[in-house]
Design a protein around this ligand. Structure first.
Ligand code: SF4
Length: 329
């Protein structure tokens, strides 16, 4: 062990929390819970100090624990031993995305009268990647079907459409929409029955029927199983607000916001272009408030994978989430 170094794989990142810490595996999309003391050990510059030198730093109090934990991490493919750590460089801590808008949420109810096909065209021009269309009430599904045509060949890779069970639409029509639009995923909410219809085994595509209701006051669900662990998410959340960065949302009345539940309105889609609103410094203000700057979140081990869309408030020079999660750390 005298000349041996222990290194984490570049895709394995330790993140400290108040009570426990984790190692995120950005390649596998998983995480491992670890004690805070191990996080402190892993936060030492592992390329500069041999295992023996690390043990010495802790006055040889934890020699056995360090040996066993490092072996556990090697056995579980989080790290490896080496005699020459120099060639192993840490990845650059930068986030780059060519997309002007990464994600968008549109809300629709029976009174909505904005031009959905035009909105889809605008989002495509802004290279939006992920879209969610939430239709709260029973809706004319022929109208929806006809409105989706701009999705064909568009930048939008995934468009999740939430439709109300009580809309006049047959299962055959839903299947037709899914087959005609490979990027569309349909979730039927407020359903009397819970079931799934398989569309494609190859792409694991299904129509999901859920009893959950989707409405204007639907609360965000915080659960580590719903968080996103990936390289882009990690680096984005180190530099930007992972829930709000390059996101634009349009409310049932056409109001353009950072997120549907926010009160601040920046324009209306019936009068303004999305491209004109999203370049306003005020609209972009929340992009730059990372979880590392927000009280509670800054000491949460999930801060680089949590996609909370909550609005952010500033009090006495400190940032807080308006709708804080109920996670107890
Ligand atoms: S909202 Fe903040 S505290 Fe709650 S899980 Fe997300 S990052 Fe952690």
């Amino acid at each position: 062990m005298t000349n041996t170094y222990f290194l984490l794989f570049p895709s394995c990142v330790p993140v400290n929390g108040t009570k426990v810490s984790i190692i995120m595996d950005l390649d596998k999309g998983t995480y491992l819970e670890i004690p805070n003391l191990l996080h402190d050990i892993l936060s030492i510059d592992l390329q500069r100090f041999t295992i023996h030198e690390i043990m010495k730093k802790f006055d040889h109090q934890y020699d056995q624990g360090i040996k066993e934990y490092f072996q556990f991490l090697v056995d579980n493919q989080y790290g490896f031993y080496t005699k020459d750590p120099k060639p192993f460089r840490k990845p650059e801590d930068i986030f780059y995305s060519p997309y002007k808008i990464i994600s968008s949420v549109l809300a629709i109810n029976t009174t909505t009268n904005y031009d959905l096909p035009e909105v889809l065209k605008q989002l495509d021009r802004l290279s939006c990647q992920l879209l969610q269309i939430r239709i709260y009430d029973p809706y004319d599904m022929d109208k929806l079907f006809n409105s989706l045509s701009p999705l064909k060949g568009s930048s939008i890779k995934i468009c999740e459409v939430y439709v109300c069970y009580y809309s006049l639409i047959s299962e055959e029509q839903l299947i037709t929409i899914c087959k005609e639009y490979p990027n569309v995923i349909i979730v039927v909410h407020t359903s009397k029955e819970k079931k799934q219809i398989n569309i494609s085994d190859e792409f694991n595509k299904k129509i999901v029927f859920t009893g959950e209701q989707v409405h204007a006051n639907t609360k965000e669900v915080y659960d580590p199983s719903l968080f996103t662990i990936s390289h882009s998410m990690y680096y984005e959340s180190r530099h930007f607000n992972s829930g709000l960065h390059r996101k634009v949302c349009i409310d049932t009345d056409g109001s353009i916001k950072n997120y549907l539940s926010h009160t601040k309105v920046y324009g209306n889609i019936k009068e303004n272009k999305i491209s004109e609103i999203i370049t306003k410094p005020k609209f972009q203000e929340r992009y730059f408030i990372t979880n590392d700057q927000i009280e509670k979140c800054k000491s949460c081990q999930f801060r680089y994978m949590c996609v909370s869309n909550s609005d952010i408030i500033k009090k006495n020079g400190k940032y807080f989430k308006k709708h804080t999660c109920n996670m107890d750390f």
